[in-house]
Design a protein around this ligand. Structure first.
Ligand SMILES: CC(C)(COP(=O)(O)OP(=O)(O)OC[C@H]1O[C@@H](n2cnc3c(N)ncnc32)[C@H](O)[C@@H]1OP(=O)(O)O)[C@@H](O)C(=O)NCCC(=O)NCCS
Length: 151
């Protein structure tokens, strides 16, 4: 099964939001205004299979010039087929800057995947979002020119 990766368009907003909220089982994980902002002004890519959104990566440039990944997700029915990695590769190529993200220590799989993608844990941020239990690892991947990852 192949998926097509493309830059997200504003017409994709509702589908991306629905999938994101389904993946996290959380209707507050994003809202259409935040999502619309990352689609219009950030680095946002979608994976589509037969015209249906099956994954996305959403990121914005930060004040220090790095690119912060707000979310990265693939439809559970389409995981393990390289879609997630391809989405990240697109982002890395498009960002051409260090990439940072916050990953829950509880998601050991996600921490492991980020390490595979060349990220290094920088520090544990104890209360990343000031709601509930939101300790997160700040993970960072240097841009290609400054690292020697094998990607
Ligand atoms: C994380 C996620 C986006 C990966 O998407 P995916 O399409 O299944 O990933 P891929 O098939 O491209 O696999 C990418 C790499 O991660 C590895 N991987 C994927 N799932 C894994 C898991 N549960 N445990 C360990 N490694 C895993 C794969 O082996 C692959 O490495 P390889 O290319 O060296 O073989 C997807 O599992 C997901 O949506 N999870 C829920 C949301 C989430 O946790 N997002 C991350 C937020 S920090």
């Amino acid at each position: 099964m192949r998926a097509t990766i493309s830059k997200a368009k504003i017409e994709d907003l509702d589908d991306v939001l629905r999938l994101e909220q389904r993946v996290w089982n959380d209707n507050t994980v994003n809202n259409k205004y935040d999502l619309g902002t990352s689609i219009r002004f950030g680095h946002a890519f979608v994976a589509k299979h037969r015209g249906k959104v099956v994954g996305a990566i959403l990121a914005m440039r930060t004040a220090d010039g790095s690119v912060f990944v707000q979310d990265w997700f693939v439809d559970p029915n389409h995981r393990g087929k390289g879609i997630g990695r391809t989405l990240y590769s697109k982002l890395i190529e498009s960002a051409a800057a260090p990439i940072v993200t916050l990953v829950s220590p509880k998601f050991s799989a996600s921490v492991a995947v980020h390490k595979k993608l060349g990220f290094k844990p920088v520090k544990l941020v104890k209360n990343a979002y000031f709601v509930g239990d939101t300790a997160r690892f700040l993970m960072r991947k240097e841009s290609k020119r400054s690292d020697n990852d094998s990607e």
